[in-house]
Design a protein around this ligand. Structure first.
Ligand SMILES: Cc1ncc(COP(=O)(O)O)c(C=O)c1O
Length: 510
């Protein structure tokens, strides 16, 4: 019989709680001890490693019917999930774009789950904290206190929130009631050709379609060409479209380019457009003393998407949408069904936070952000952003000093694109660099990603990592060059080469 089953007057009643909390406490202490060791020693492990078949097989097992002890369940998690992570908490993880998490934030996630509140709304402490974290986000970006906002799963959702308010405000009809088909003139949104793919998904989900988002060409620094934008707006007006919204990038995903946000704000004002900023990468530069000038103008936006799970290093997931006009924000999403009516006192007297987005139930995302900000203070996060940007500058110097490496361009912020260049071009150059990237991963040395800029393939290093040291970057440059030489020497068909065995990560720690 399962230990949580009790008999009362012949009726069996069950709960998920254990009969013996002492056992749970012992296992929980072990989990916490292991977690501390796990983070403390992260540098000593490979960044990433391929899973063996016996680990993959665990995830093909069928639905468990019989119980296991918590210790056994944890043992399985430890051998599989904990042993084969994505690697983004490692000091040498620089792929795509994500934060590197932090222990306090992880405790916040744990406590949020233990405390269990649903942040759909209500009169309770977690609800007030959720609103407080939104207020802190406004303060960090210089947004007015009267603005509204909401914590969401990440940047993609934060962008959708802002763009939905933009669509509804600029549609000229009541979109909620009549739908997009009733919009008189087709709406047009604008962003640079470097805009993140989540905006395409947003346009599709909003019923406007991908073509309603005009990609405007960029200048040599991959920033939106303002003159081309003006011309596109004029052309669209003349053709019977309704220009509705311009999306500025505060940090593009490819290179970290920051559009001229002040110029965009001015243009949006003159053209009567909604000004949304995708600040998932760079909005928080506003708190970095040495670099905040780069995002000047963000405080003039009508809406901003930012991502605490990037440069605040909150554990996934947490994004934030801010909207200057709180009334427009509420008007876009608020619905009060009969079962969620407020009461003058008691639990239902608190604000319904789900009136600011699409979710009804909401997780307690605020706690992990709140605890880390309280512990470290916002200034430290600002300094860490400056540190990553300085590290990107250092990496570009290392690359320029190595004759076999080529730098795509001086980094604007924390993203560096480069490649190994032994005098190849086209597909051969791409194959060689892809192989370098894969071997860096497979040997547990470092995780980079790649991208295409102006039609050319580059390796991409996004340093959004509070654990990275300059020595980590030196190591990566050394190893990328070593691998480049080795692969080139192996012959002209690198894709057929046999991957080397992973290097003991401890050898890599300098
Ligand atoms: C510029 C930009 N916008 C939006 C997103 C999407 O954010 P998320 O992955 O948090 O949904 C990203 C992700 O890296 C990004 O770099």
């Amino acid at each position: 019989m399962d230990d949580a089953r009790k008999f009362f007057d012949g009726v069996t009643e069950e709960t998920l709680d254990p009969l013996d909390w002492g056992d749970v406490q012992a296992v929980s202490h072990r989990i916490i001890d292991d977690a501390v060791d796990y983070l403390r020693d992260v540098r000593d492990r490979p960044v990433w490693r391929e899973m063996p078949d016996n680990v993959r097989e665990v995830f093909t097992a069928s639905l468990p019917r019989s119980p296991s002890s918590l210790a056994a369940v944890y043992g399985e998690v430890s051998r599989t999930v904990m042993s084969y992570p994505m690697g983004n908490i490692h000091p040498r993880f620089w792929a795509w774009y994500m934060g590197s998490s932090n222990f306090t934030g992880a405790l916040g996630d744990f406590l949020a789950a233990i405390q269990g509140s649903n942040l759909g709304g209500g009169n309770h402490a977690a609800g007030l904290m959720d609103s407080q974290v939104v207020n802190w986000c406004k303060e960090m970006l210089g947004f007015p206190a009267s603005a509204s906002g909401t914590l969401v799963s990440g940047g993609s959702m934060a962008n959708i929130i802002g763009l939905t308010v933009a669509r509804n405000t600029k549609a000229g009809i009541d979109v909620r009631e009549h739908g997009v088909a009733a919009i008189e003139k087709p709406l047009r949104f604008y962003g640079s050709d470097q805009i993140h793919s989540c905006h395409r998904k947003a346009m599709e989900a909003l019923g406007l379609g991908n073509r309603a988002l005009r990609r405007i060409p960029t200048d040599a620094g991959l920033r939106i060409d303002i003159a081309a934008l003006r011309a596109a707006i004029a052309e669209d007006r003349a053709a019977g479209f309704r220009p509705a919204c311009v999306i500025g990038n505060a940090g593009t995903v490819n290179t970290g380019a920051i559009d001229d946000l002040q110029a965009l704000a001015k243009l949006a004002h003159e053209e009567d457009l909604w000004f949304h900023v995708d600040g998932c990468i760079g909005a928080l530069i506003a708190i970095a003393p040495r670099n905040k000038h780069r995002v000047a103008g963000i405080e003039w936006a009508d809406s901003v998407a930012l991502d605490p799970h990037k440069w605040l290093h909150a554990p996934f997931e947490v994004g934030c949408a801010l909207v200057r006009d709180a009334v427009a924000h509420r008007k876009t999403f608020a619905v009060t069904p009969e079962y969620l009516e407020s009461t003058p006192r008691g639990l239902a007297s608190g604000e319904w936070l789900n009136d600011y987005g699409l979710q009804t139930s909401r997780g307690f995302r605020a706690l992990k952000v709140w605890m880390a900000l309280k512990q470290h203070g916002v200034d430290k996060f600002g300094r860490l952003i400056d540190q990553n940007i300085a590290q990107a500058g250092y990496l570009s110097e290392l690359i320029e000093a190595e004759p076999l490496l080529e730098l795509a361009a001086s980094p604007t912020i924390n993203i560096v694109c480069f490649r190994y260049q032994p005098g190849l071009a086209g597909g051969a150059l791409k194959a060689l660099n892809t192989e370098i990237m894969l071997r860096l991963q497979e040997q547990g040395i470092a995780t980079l990603s790649d991208t295409t800029l102006h039609g050319e393939h580059w390796l991409r290093v996004a340093i959004n990592n509070h654990r990275t040291r300059r020595t980590d970057l030196e190591l990566m440059v050394r190893e990328a060059t070593r691998l480049g030489r080795k692969i080139a020497a192996e012959g002209s068909r690198p894709e057929q080469s046999i991957p080397e065995q992973p290097i003991d990560a401890i050898d890599l720690v300098r």
